[in-house]
Design a protein around this ligand. Structure first.
Ligand SMILES: *Cc1c(COP(=O)(O)O)cnc(C)c1O
Length: 357
């Protein structure tokens, strides 16, 4: 594979073309998405008590989240059909990703976002790429309802994960994990919001098993934020609340995909509190060197919680999906970690004193 990205021989469409809806007419676009690192834990593995714990760093995708894997397929298929515009509802990362690929492919891009509920970094990405932002006085679920209706009325491609091409692209992360480990892990942990990703990972692992690239399928352990846990509760949440904005969703579009993944794998979908999320967010940053979004930390919080509750994980190989980059939400990091800074005189002795030397 060439190291030069942006040509026809790189990215998710190229690497997995035989397992994606790629035809001779599909433009082989890429921003270098996919082929993300699978990094072994150096500290938390011991706290979990498993054989091996890995982090799949989806934060290393071009726009900083896993959304790029599905978006590259959705945008390629929109181009193939002759669409000239794309639209999504977004808690942030979908819009950042859609805007990047649309800019690259000269498509117009519209995003409908819940006003005041988007992390600043994500909005910055969307506007930098030239997206037309429509802020609504409502939540993500309202935004998605509107996006669906508008794309039915106009020749504009809907690029939310209700678009099956998004799921197809996102399943490729499972292929990579199987490739890197030489088999499927025993357990896959990931945060669940609109539930497209858990649906996609499960599809990918089932396909790897069917192709005999894996000898087993993992248990799918999904985690929702306690204030936004409709699947755990078994009913939609009218006013979802959590600081993990990427999973602040009250009525997941891929609800059935998520419960299928859970039940067919023998897995589970549980809730974690915001305090547990922040604790895992801090530990990932300070003990593993991984700066992720609060939503990403939810799966690590959940795994740590289950280990603490006495779940026996000895002998298990576990992968946690780090869905998005911490730089997208710097305000959260500053709120959690930043000390009060006061400037001191630029003198060696003062700096040494500050350093505790
Ligand atoms: C979109 C997103 C999620 C949730 O994924 P779903 O497919 O909606 O369940 C989690 N974390 C991050 C960082 C995201 O961008």
């Amino acid at each position: 594979m060439s190291a030069i990205v942006g040509q026809r021989d790189a990215g998710v469409l190229f690497r997995f073309k035989d397992r994606l809806p790629v035809t001779d007419a599909t433009p082989m676009i890429t921003l270098g998405e996919g082929s993300t690192p699978l990094v072994r834990s150096v500290r938390l593995e011991e706290a979990v008590g498993c054989e091996a714990l890995y982090f799949k760093l989806e934060s290393c995708n071009p726009s900083g989240s896993f959304k790029d894997r599905g978006m590259v397929v959705a945008v390629a298929k929109a181009l193939e059909r002759g669409d000239t515009a794309v639209l999504c509802a977004s808690t942030g990362n979908t819009s950042a990703s859609a805007a990047a690929y649309a800019a690259r492919c000269h498509l117009r891009v519209y995003v409908i976002v819940p006003h005041g509920n988007i992390a600043e970094g994500k909005l910055a990405q969307a506007v930098a790429h030239g997206a037309r932002i429509i802020a609504i006085d409502g939540g993500f679920d309202d935004a998605l309802r509107l996006a669906r209706e508008i794309t039915q009325r106009h020749p504009i491609a809907l690029v939310n994960s209700v678009n099956p091409h998004r799921i197809e692209g996102q399943k490729t992360a499972s292929f990579e994990i199987v490739d890197d480990l030489g088999d499927a892990p025993d357990i896959l942990c990931l945060p669940v919001g609109n539930a497209g990703n858990i649906t996609a990972y499960w599809k990918g692992f089932v396909e790897s098993y069917q192709r005999e690239e894996a000898t087993k399928k993992p248990l799918m352990w999904g985690f929702q934020a306690a204030g936004a846990a409709p699947i755990v509760a078994g009913e939609p949440v009218a006013e979802p609340r959590t600081l993990a904005t990427a999973i602040r969703i009250g009525n997941p579009a891929s609800w059935e995909g998520a419960t299928n993944a859970r039940d067919e794998s023998g897995g589970d979908i549980r809730a974690v509190t915001d305090d547990e999320i922040v604790d895992a967010y801090r530990r990932l940053a300070q003990e593993e060197g991984i700066f992720c979004e609060p939503a990403s930390a939810a799966c690590v919080a959940g795994l740590l919680g289950r280990a603490k509750d006495g779940e026996d994980l000895a002998g298990k190989t576990i992968v946690c999906v780090i869905t998005g980059n911490g730089l997208k939400d710097p305000e959260r990091a500053m709120a959690e970690f930043a000390p009060e800074l006061h400037a001191i005189a630029p003198e060696v002795s003062r700096v040494e004193a500050e350093m505790g030397l």
